[in-house]
Design a protein. Structure first.
Length: 178
């Protein structure tokens, strides 16, 4: 009989150890869960505050942004599959006839000037140093992004991938102006 009790005690000790480990893990997960709930709460408050501020700045144009309520604990994230919409100021407006580069942020004006002064199409790696940036990969990629934004908004053309020129529409319009 003594060996049966020893086996039971050994099994009990193993189970007790697993229970203690699980309780420690549960406490750790509970702490992480509370931290994430706190972060979610702050993000919801931040979004609501930003929406309120933007609505003041844009004369209630932010009111059409759908409000997403936080789900009860244990439910799906309110952002899963949510359509993202950004309301705010467009720093690079779409070019329209009569629009001057002065409406753009300074760095975009500098880029337009460099591209306009070039004898032919230019690459981002040629533009970056001319606007005062080091010829580092990150700076070149940032410049490429700005060049492409100017293409999308009609300020520049991308004749072939990676080669940028002044927009034909802008050149045509400015040559027709008195």
């Amino acid at each position: 009989m003594g060996s049966l009790f020893e086996v039971i005690e050994a099994e009990e000790a193993e189970v007790r150890e697993r229970v203690e480990q699980l309780e420690e893990r549960l406490a750790e997960l509970t702490e992480r869960l509370e931290a994430e709930r706190e972060r979610l709460s702050r993000l919801v408050i931040t979004r609501e505050t930003a929406r309120a501020l933007l609505s003041r700045v844009t004369d209630d144009s932010a009111a059409d942004v759908p409000v997403r309520e936080a789900p009860p604990a244990g439910k799906r994230s309110p952002f899963e599959g949510a359509e993202r919409r950004v309301v705010g100021v467009l720093s690079v407006p779409k070019w329209q006839p009569g629009m001057e580069p002065g409406v753009l942020p300074r760095v975009y004006q500098d880029i337009l000037e460099v591209v306009g002064d070039a004898p032919g199409p230019v690459r981002a790696k040629q533009v970056a140093p001319r606007i005062g940036l080091p010829a580092e990969t990150g700076k070149i990629e940032g410049t490429r992004s700005k060049l492409k934004r100017l293409v999308v908004r009609g300020w520049l053309d991308e004749t072939t991938p990676g080669l940028f020129t002044p927009s034909d529409a802008r050149k045509t319009h400015s040559s027709n102006s008195p």
